[in-house]
Design a protein around this ligand. Sequence first.
Ligand SMILES: Nc1nc2c(ncn2[C@@H]2O[C@H](COP(=O)(O)OP(=O)(O)OP(=O)(O)O)[C@@H](O)[C@H]2O)c(=O)[nH]1
Ligand SMILES: [Mg+2]
Length: 483
Amino acid sequence: VLALALSQIVVVAFLLVAAALIVAFVARALLARKQPPQLPAEKPKEFPLSAPEVAAPAERVAREEKARGELSAAEAALQSARESLARDPSSAAAKAEVARYERELADARRKAEYEARKTAEATEKARKLAEAAAREEVEALARAEEAALAEAKLRAGEEARKKLVEQEKGRTLAEGLAKTRGGFMARLNALLGAEKQLDEAALGELEEILFSADVGVRTATSLLEAVRERLKRKELSDLSRVKAALREEIERILSLGQEHHSQAGHGGLPDLPPGTPPPQVVMVVGVNGTGKTTTIGKLASLLKQSGKSVILGAGDTFRAAAGEQLDVWAERAQAPMVRGKDGSDPGAVLFDAVTRAKKEKIDVVLCDTAGRLHTKTNLMEELKRLQRTLDKAHPGSPHEVLLVVDATTGQNAIQQARQFHEALGVTGFVLAKLDGTAKGGVIIGICDELKIPVRYVGVGEKIADLKAFDPHEFVEALFGEGI
Ligand SMILES: Nc1nc2c(ncn2[C@@H]2O[C@H](COP(=O)(O)OP(=O)(O)OP(=O)(O)O)[C@@H](O)[C@H]2O)c(=O)[nH]1
Ligand SMILES: [Mg+2]
């Protein structure tokens, strides 16, 4: 027994030394390595506080108890056989009896040991099963918690985005027109507000102001003509009356001779004519950088606010990152978007957008297009091709060819508008970047020369910075009334 114990001590000591060596080696290796980046500590999985109740199956326990009972019986039988032999040590029968019971006891002990081992194994198995079930339960709880957290985050994000859009009130039309009002309008107001004689000198000054107002020579001339005409008819007696006459004339030009150019009376996108099947397809065109993509984003938000559903088609596949730019606006306006790979056929993308709008019964499709091509293809030819593709996807479309012009380019905007109109038949236009320029008078020139209605004006880069165009409101803001 002593020898056995000694050999066990030696083995244990050997194992301890080996373990200490391994620990020292690992510690050295870790110290030699650079400090790894700190990862956020993972929350340890918590197990239920009380250990799960585990027990081997009852039948197994019963078998072990039976074996233990048999062992006790064998011990008792051997004991009594030994006592018989002690009373009669020479009895061969008693000796044989002792030998038999010794064998039986050895068998019973082996059996009891075997049964005890089996019960221990079964208990261990039950413990592992219970532990796995408990772990699964904890993990399921953690998963549910995570899902709830993600859901809450999503909702919080949505709320924040809604608030942001609400907060981003955007500029008013009057604010957007501040620079223009400070430009030619300030000079006009100074001239017309003075208590001066309405003489040739004053008319000469008026002419000079109108010619510098970016309304275009033709329009400036016709405005002046209108004033002279009224003078002749003795309708105008002093300069303040001239101001009212000019204001009236400009509003008439901006209204294209109609009371209101859309059913709503407040500009914006006209409704589809009765009997025209939806979706309403709007193709947004213009030279590069005028503000097409930005306008589409703002317009999507505006249309959605008026209760329409909108889808965006990323038809500018030529400029790298144009798709991503539109994607950002789609996200802000919470509108779906159809997009192809960079360099893919824009016709296919817009066809898909219209097809999806039809399938999902979406009210309006806003189609972005390129402002400049990298290939030798002529931009106008490419845009005409897109127009034909849209007509194939949804006969009669595009219902609106919306030309976006950049107000800061002044007279060039009129030139561009003419070119696009000749090629594509522009049905409405958006004057973007009005806030950044004193050349807002260009809007009068475009309306006068091309007789195309203004649908919207852009007065900033925020989502709320697009205003449906209303001639009356516009002239009021331009002349600084009601501010
Ligand atoms: N201040 C101001 N900036 C604007 C307005 N509209 C657009 N912009 C800015 O003008 C720049 C060009 O706008 P985009 O929408 O990318 O113009 P685009 O016509 O799509 O340009 P391309 O795709 O390159 O042809 C951006 O920096 C816009 O933020 C506006 O009404 N006011
Ligand atoms: Mg663009």
